[in-house]
Design a protein around this ligand. Structure first.
Ligand code: ADP
Length: 456
């Protein structure tokens, strides 16, 4: 209900209160003295009129008072006027950007800021979005004291994040506000840390055989100098260590070569059945030596993909080599190649077969879901891998700790990382399922080559 302005100006609040109070007192006195009827009626009417006028005036003024006292929120004409050309400019910036006024209220933000800092409404206090005191101080210092600062902060949970925030004063109508630009440093910092970890791990892996070799040389030159049998034994041990270093260096070089080309998809035509057969044949002697049988299963004579034949052979070899290495004696390693209609069916065929197994997708294919995929699945009857280790399986130098540590030490810890990078270059999928006591199955699946695709 709104009272006309003229009415409000004529009957101002103090006058109305005064009239109401005088009439009410007179009415009480008249009632006490039991005055004449018409006087009572007149005073009663005057009191009611003054009260009604006061109530009407209050009801009419309330909305106006709210608008005047409200903070300058974006969307309000005042805020919009002050924002001027700044709003589209802030929205167009690729990095998360906020404009915060001297009261600590967010008066403008772009989509990237709302996505990264996870808020929707404008006009919120900065402290409701971010709890880092140094960021809040920097915003205050810029908006109130005109100071420019660069502040870094990080979040450990729910996901690791690192930001460098540039906070600078900027004209905000006749006032000053703090312009805050958030540079996301997460990828850079995580990559740097991985690089440092990788160097430390690689050096550590190389240091172990080098230390053994130098100890063996020392012993050969001293205590074992004149002992022919000991010399033979030590020379054999040295050869083993040199072999280990050679494998490690080969795997490191191979990984770096794959990474250099990872963004260039292959364009040759490769037959996965042939590749699997060659890899299984290459492992046959080693497998026989361990009492392990390698079986090849394929419903067709050939299954083509668009791929780098040499690299896909490396994939098959690494998976078969692991399956043989971690198999129990007399175990059977099954290498299966087949075709599936669509990505989901391929994932089912690849590593969703054992109902009781734990499983994980180590890489999701980049090719469209509706295509036909060729899968290569290598399963063994070894000890299996505990569920908690599955997500780390393709990390460089990661090894599952088990009792038979000697077997683990034979490997470089790079085999599955190599597989993952090669499959990534082929935009394929990589998955594992494992059940302690039953065995493990590692599988890759790649888009099937079209019949008209060229190549060998
Ligand atoms: P490695 O050269 O040590 O075998 P990989 O990267 O190929 O390195 O494998 C990483 C780890 O994963 C291995 O050290 C082993 O603990 C585990 N692993 C890989 N394949 C199998 C498998 N078929 N059965 C059991 N454990 C496996």
């Amino acid at each position: 209900m709104r009272v006309p302005d003229m009415f409000i100006s004529r009957w101002s609040r103090p006058v109305l209160i005064g009239v109401g109070a005088v009439c009410a007192s007179a009415l009480v006195l008249e009632l006490a003295g039991a005055g004449r009827g018409w006087t009572l009626l007149a005073l009663f009417l005057a009191t009611v009129a003054a009260g009604a006028a006061l109530w009407l005036e209050g009801a009419g003024r309330a909305p106006a008072a709210t608008v005047v006292e409200a903070p300058a929120t974006p969307g309000a004409p005042d805020a919009e006027k002050r924002l001027g050309d700044l709003a589209p400019l802030i929205e167009a910036l690729p990095e998360a950007t906020l404009l915060v006024d001297r009261d600590g209220r967010v008066v403008a933000s772009n989509r990237e800021a709302r996505r990264q800092l996870q808020f929707e409404a404008q006009g919120l206090r900065l402290s409701a979005i971010l709890r880092h005191p140094e960021i809040l101080d920097a915003s205050h210092d810029a908006a109130v004291d005109g100071v420019t600062r660069v502040v870094e902060y990080e979040n450990a949970a729910p996901v690791e994040e690192h930001f460098r925030v540039y906070v600078a004063p900027i004209a905000w109508g006749e006032d000053t506000a703090a312009l805050m630009i958030f540079h996301d440093q997460t990828t850079h910092i995580v990559t740097e840390r991985m690089r440092a970890d990788f160097l430390a791990n690689a050096s550590h892996e190389l240091k172990t055989p080098v230390t053994s070799i130098s100890l063996l040389i020392e012993t050969l030159g001293g205590a074992a100098r004149d002992d022919g049998a000991a010399r033979e034994r030590f020379l054999g041990l040295m050869e083993q260590q040199v072999d280990r270093m050679r494998r490690l260096i080969d795997d490191l070089l191979s990984l770096s070569k794959i990474e250099i080309n990872e963004h260039v998809p292959p364009n040759e035509r490769a037959d996965m059945v042939l590749i699997a057969r060659e890899a299984a044949d290459a492992m046959a002697t080693v497998a026989r030596g361990r009492g392990v049988t390698v079986e090849l299963v394929s419903e067709a004579a050939a299954h083509h993909v668009t791929g780098d034949r040499f690299q896909l052979t490396q994939v098959a070899q690494n998976l078969i080599d692991n399956a043989v290495k971690y198999s129990n004696p007399d175990g059977v390693v099954t290498v299966e190649i087949g075709v599936a209609d669509g990505r989901e069916a391929a994932a089912d065929m690849a590593a969703r077969r054992w109902p009781e197994a734990s499983r994980i997708s180590l890489l999701t294919p980049g090719a469209p879901a509706s295509r036909r995929y060729v899968f290569l699945r290598v399963s063994d009857q070894g000890p299996g891998i505990p569920r908690r280790h599955l997500p780390r399986l393709s990390e460089r130098f990661f090894r599952v700790e088990r009792d038979q540590q000697a077997v683990e030490r034979e490997g470089t810890g790079l085999g599955l990382a190599i597989v993952k990078h090669i499959v990534n270059r082929h935009r394929g999928g990589f998955a594992v399922e494992s059940e302690p006591g039953r065995g493990s199955a590692f599988a890759i699946y790649l888009e099937q080559a079209r019949p008209d695709a060229g190549g060998a």
